[in-house]
Ligand binder design. Structure first.
Ligand SMILES: CC(C)(COP(=O)(O)OP(=O)(O)OC[C@H]1O[C@@H](n2cnc3c(N)ncnc32)[C@H](O)[C@@H]1OP(=O)(O)O)[C@@H](O)C(=O)NCCC(=O)NCCS
Length: 191
């Protein structure tokens, strides 16, 4: 995707503490299916500021994350955390705001992040997982070159609309530095 002057209009970039990024984070976490994508509910400006501060301050040497910017707005997030330099592994996850979904952004961002992890961080094995009732996430993983490893039964527990606990099986994936690279386009990374 390129704009008229040939500069990329869709790319990965660091998060910043601008009002636009704050608004983007609040809007993104307002989606019903975003519960569980953060340690605390991002349902207030203060919580969104805390979420952003983690990525803006970059104090955690075991995590790298980028905003997915599209046409001047942050519309998603891709990250590798739990980076383990001893074994060269990390945990990958992603989200895209509902309005920007279905355009291949998550897959292009995840493939770019994987390249970044292998080439810039020297990692060897990337892992990710999704609840089995989230097939779109599985499509993203496979388009980005991740391979299914198996099912972890009853791994996650969330409350339903009646505040009752429900357990979910989880499908696990990995991508090794030596696996075939996917053929899809990657988003450029502006570091
Ligand atoms: C999962 C998510 C990141 C996908 O973002 P996206 O930008 O729409 O993803 P992409 O467009 O790159 O790819 C989505 C793929 O899933 C497919 N898909 C979408 N909904 C689907 C469904 N209900 N069942 C099966 N496949 C589905 C799309 O067709 C597409 O595949 P295709 O390109 O082969 O057609 C987004 O829905 C999201 O943020 N969900 C909430 C957070 C989340 O679940 N994150 C993952 C946590 S493990």
């Amino acid at each position: 995707m390129t704009s008229n002057n040939s500069l990329p209009s869709t790319f990965l970039r660091p998060w910043n503490d601008s009002a636009q990024d704050l608004e983007a984070v609040l809007a993104a976490f307002n989606a019903d299916d975003m519960a569980g994508q953060s340690g605390e509910p991002i349902n207030s400006e203060a919580a969104a500021r805390r979420w952003l501060a983690y990525w803006v301050e970059k104090k955690d040497a075991h995590a790298v994350g980028f905003a997915i910017e599209c046409d001047g707005q942050a519309v998603g997030h891709v990250m590798a955390n739990s980076i383990e330099y001893r074994h060269e592994t990390a945990w990958v996850s992603y989200w895209v705001t509902p309005a920007a979904r279905g355009r291949g952004l998550a897959a292009a961002a995840t493939a770019a992040l994987a390249d970044y992890c292998f080439e810039n961080l020297g990692l060897y094995r990337l892992e990710l997982a999704h609840r089995v009732n989230n097939p779109a996430s599985g499509h993203v993983a496979q388009k980005a070159g991740f391979i299914v490893e198996g099912i972890e039964r009853g791994k996650l527990m969330y409350l339903n609309e009646f505040d009752q606990p429900v357990r979910f099986d989880v499908r696990t994936y990995s991508r090794l530095a030596t696996d075939p690279a996917p053929s899809i386009a990657r988003l450029p990374v502006q570091n």
